[in-house]
Design a protein around this ligand. Structure first.
Ligand code: MEV
Length: 434
């Protein structure tokens, strides 16, 4: 989708190129007045907005399609790492990715349920569906709507909880399912004979998941004097470390969320909902562990193709990630925020329609997995600080007053000296102009 040298162009050239590709540069995006008015309708007592850089990681190949992936994030290494790992993964044919149906669940908790409440609610399925029908009318017309219900009893509190599954199509769906849940309250009280304590969606979203898997020949993974097979084995060992140890698992998963949360933010989706669901999913066995799985496999000589997936015969590293992904591509901030709209347009490049919520989930998981691979390769290779400090140097140069081409010149000189601080950046900048 993007030219090969995209990341080497200047920021203004990159922006112009994207605006050209999209065909209709948004005037609102650059208007502080518009953004201030928008902030005022989005939150109470607004005083401004918080600009976060948006970068584009190109070259993500997912189910045979190329995606340019917009990421909104303040951490310097995230876009660079995604771009790097996206390219490595492309050498094995890219990602295979999948999404389940976009089903959200609303919970209606009933207090003081008389005996038989559970059975009455299960048997009342038709009346419960009818009570939600007006709230779900438009969604049902779009192919979504009520799907299923369960009733559970909580032994300690004595609550009976009705869970209603609702397919929300391309909407994230929080408003829709909460409205439907509240519409059902009266019917739930009549059927159960108890009192509704509350009705609210669950952000765990266990039925709405996206997953991605890659297979790469280990040959391309060698670095820092270690061959590819050794690096691949070290990646698998790093994943085992996270699988077995809580403290490491949190950081491992944080690295995955570096990619996912950045895409979620760029597209105007709810970062807290996705983060909460991800960490809960990582603990679904009862103990918190790694979200990813890695293994090595041998690709047989004469396997059906030497192209995707997995590249030529030989040893391959396989990585996989699946987690809840409650994202929307219609409604919410996506419909009013110019940057979110632009991010969705970038993701839809090459499509004759907007990207679906399921596809967006696949891209999010692929970016999370790529982010994790990049982090693990650095951690079990040369360590991450070298790369991080080289990127940090550009900020220091900026902070010291460098602009334009001076930023790179100062950063390069700091890397040569191996000293990264504001003072050094300042004296390099002075020497450039003396
Ligand atoms: C830094 O933001 C993320 C990492 O710490 C992730 C990891 O350790 O796997 C590098």
């Amino acid at each position: 989708v993007l030219p090969k040298d995209f990341r080497k162009r200047s920021v203004r050239e990159r922006k112009a190129l994207i605006d050209d590709l999209l065909g209709n540069p948004s005037k609102e995006e650059g208007s502080t007045d518009y953004l201030l008015d928008l902030a005022d309708v989005m939150v109470e007592s607004a005083i401004g907005t918080m600009p976060v850089p948006v970068g584009v990681a190109g070259g993500f190949r997912i189910n045979g399609r190329e995606y340019a992936v917009p990421l909104a994030v303040e951490e310097p290494s995230v876009v660079a790492a995604a771009t790097y790992a996206g390219r490595v993964i492309k050498s094995g044919g890219g990602f295979e990715a999948w999404s389940t149906d976009p089903v959200m669940t609303v919970q209606i908790a009933v207090a003081d349920p008389p005996p038989g409440a559970r059975e009455a609610l299960t048997a009342g399925r038709r009346r419960i569906a009818e009570s939600m029908a007006p709230a779900l009318e438009k969604m049902t017309a779009r192919g979504g709507g009520f799907r299923d219900l369960r009733v559970i009893e909580l032994p300690e509190s004595g609550l009976v909880v009705l869970e209603l599954d609702i397919d929300t199509r391309d909407a994230m769906g929080a408003n829709i399912v909460n409205t439907a849940g509240e519409a059902a309250r009266g019917t739930v009280e009549e059927l159960s004979g108890g009192t509704v304590l509350m009705a609210i969606l669950t952000n765990a979203s266990p039925s709405r998941r996206s997953g991605a898997r890659f297979r790469v020949p280990v040959a391309g993974l060698g670095r820092g004097g270690r061959d590819g097979a050794t690096m691949a084995r070290r990646v698998v060992a790093a994943n085992q470390f996270a699988g077995e140890n809580f403290n490491r698992a949190v950081t491992h998963n944080k690295g995955i969320m570096n990619g996912i949360a950045s895409l979620v933010l760029a597209t105007g989706n709810d970062t807290r909902a996705v983060e909460a669901a991800a960490h809960a999913w990582a603990a679904r066995s009862g103990s918190y562990g790694s979200l990813t799985t890695y293994w090595l496999e041998e690709r047989e000589e004469g396997a059906e193709t030497t192209e995707a997936p997995g590249g030529p015969p030989g040893l391959r590293l396989v990585g996989e990630l699946e987690l809840p992904m409650a994202l929307g591509t219609v409604g919410g901030a996506a419909s009013i925020h110019p940057t979110a709209r632009k991010a969705l347009d970038i993701l839809s490049l090459g499509l004759d329609r907007r990207i679906t919520a399921g596809e967006l989930g696949q891209v999010a998981v692929a970016v999370g997995l790529a982010q994790n691979l990049a982090a693990l390769l650095a951690l079990v290779g040369e360590g991450i600080q070298g790369g991080h400090m080289r990127l940090h140097a550009r900020r220091l140069a900026f902070q010291a007053g460098a602009r334009g081409g001076d930023i790179e010149a100062v950063a390069r000189e700091m890397a040569v000296l191996g000293t990264y601080n504001l003072e050094t950046a300042g004296s390099i900048l002075l020497s450039l102009h003396s």
